[in-house]
Design a protein around this ligand. Structure first.
Ligand code: CP
Length: 303
C-alpha cells in the first residue's frame, strides 16, 4: 500500500518530525528530488481557498503533473458515486489524490479502493484536517523553537472543528503539555479531548498564554435546529485588541482561516502585529510541498 496522510493519529512522532524537517529544508531552498512524471489530483467536494491553492502551488513548485477535478463540473453532478469516481481516476494512474469531503470515512474508502495511490486528507467533515495541523505546528516551531514550555489556548467553535482535533494531536505528539480549551459549553465537545484542559472563561485562559488559536464559527456544520447567542459569544470570546491588551501584548494570534470578522476575531487583531495568520498561509505552501514529498519519497523507498 502506498504512503498516505489521512489523520495525525496515524503518524508516528518520527513521521511528523520527518515532514517538518523536509519543510524546513524546502524553506531553505533545498528541493526534494522527485520524478516529474508523478501526478497529483485535487478533489474538493467542499469549498476552499487556502488548502486547494496551496496544494496546487506545492505540486507545481515540485515539478509534478497537476490536475484539479472540478467537482461541480464533474460526473458527480450526473450522480456518479464517489467509489466509481475514485476507481475511474485510479485507472488513469494518478499517483496522489488530495481530497476534501464533508462525509467522514471516505478517505479510508479511497485508500482501500486505490492501494497503489497516495491519499492526502485535505479536510474531512468534523474529523480531521491533518495538513492544517502540520503547517500550524511548523509555524509555532518557527516562532518558538519548541513547544513543551508553551501555554497554547484554543478557543472558538471547537465542537465542529476538524482543525482543533488534528492540531491538538499534532501538538501533543510534538511535546506540547499545556493546551487549554476555552469555549462556551455549546462549542465544546461532549467527550473530553485528550491532553487538554478546559477553562471556559477566555480572559482567564489567556493569562500568561503564549498563543491564542481561535477557530471559525462553522455554521455550515450546525444541526438544523441549532443556534447560538451571537451577541453574548462575541462579548465573551471575540479576540479584540482590548482583550489582548488586558493580558499581555506579545501573545501570538493564530486562526486557520477563513475568518468571520467581528465574530471570533476583529480585523484589527487578525491584521495586527501579533498575528501569525498570514505566516500560517505562507507556510501552508512549504508544508504541503513537504507532505507531497514525504508520501512520494516513502513510496519510492517502499515504506
Ligand atoms: N484553513 C482552511 O482549510 O482554509 P480553506 O477552507 O480556505 O482551505
Amino acid at each position: 500500500m502506498s504512503r498516505s496522510l489521512l489523520k495525525i493519529s496515524e503518524l508516528k512522532q518520527d513521521d511528523l518530525i520527518a515532514i517538518l524537517a523536509l519543510a524546513e529544508r524546502i524553506s531553505l531552498g533545498n528541493m526534494p528530488n522527485l520524478s516529474h512524471h508523478l501526478s497529483v489530483a485535487t478533489l474538493f467536494f467542499e469549498n476552499s481557498t487556502r488548502t486547494k491553492v496551496s496544494f496546487e502551488l506545492a505540486a507545481k513548485r515540485l515539478g509534478l503533473l497537476y490536475t484539479n477535478v472540478d467537482i461541480t463540473k464533474s460526473s458527480v453532478a450526473k450522480g456518479e458515486a464517489f467509489e466509481d469516481m475514485m476507481l475511474t481516476l485510479g485507472a488513469m494512474a494518478i499517483d496522489v489524490f488530495i481530497i476534501r469531503h464533508q462525509q467522514q470515512g471516505l478517505m479510508n474508502i479511497a485508500r482501500e479502493l486505490l492501494p497503489k495511490a497516495s491519499i492526502i486528507n485535505a479536510g474531512e467533515g468534523m474529523l480531521a484536517h491533518p495538513t492544517q495541523a502540520i503547517l500550524d505546528a511548523f509555524t509555532l516551531l518557527q516562532k518558538f523553537g519548541e513547544l513543551s514550555n508553551l501555554k497554547i489556548v484554543i478557543t472558538g467553535d471547537i465542537r465542529h472543528s476538524r482543525v482543533a482535533r488534528s492540531l491538538i494531536t499534532a501538538l501533543s505528539l510534538l511535546g506540547a503539555k499545556n493546551i487549554i480549551l476555552s469555549a462556551p459549553s455549546y462549542f465544546l465537545t461532549d467527550e473530553p479531548i485528550a491532553n487538554t484542559i478546559i477553562e471556559t472563561a477566555l480572559d482567564k485562559a489567556m493569562v500568561h498564554a503564549d498563543v491564542v488559536y481561535t477557530l471559525r464559527v462553522q455554521k455550515e456544520r450546525f444541526k438544523e435546529s441549532s443556534s447560538f447567542p451571537l451577541d453574548e459569544y462575541v462579548e465573551q470570546y471575540c479576540l479584540t485588541q482590548q482583550r489582548i491588551d488586558k493580558v499581555h501584548k506579545n501573545i501570538s494570534i493564530m486562526h486557520p482561516g477563513p475568518i468571520n470578522q467581528d465574530v471570533e476575531i476583529t480585523k484589527e487583531v487578525a491584521n495586527g502585529v501579533n498575528s501569525l495568520i498570514l505566516k500560517q498561509v505562507e507556510n501552508g505552501v512549504i508544508v504541503r510541498m513537504a507532505i507531497l514529498a514525504w508520501v512520494l519519497l516513502g513510496n519510492q523507498s517502499g515504506n
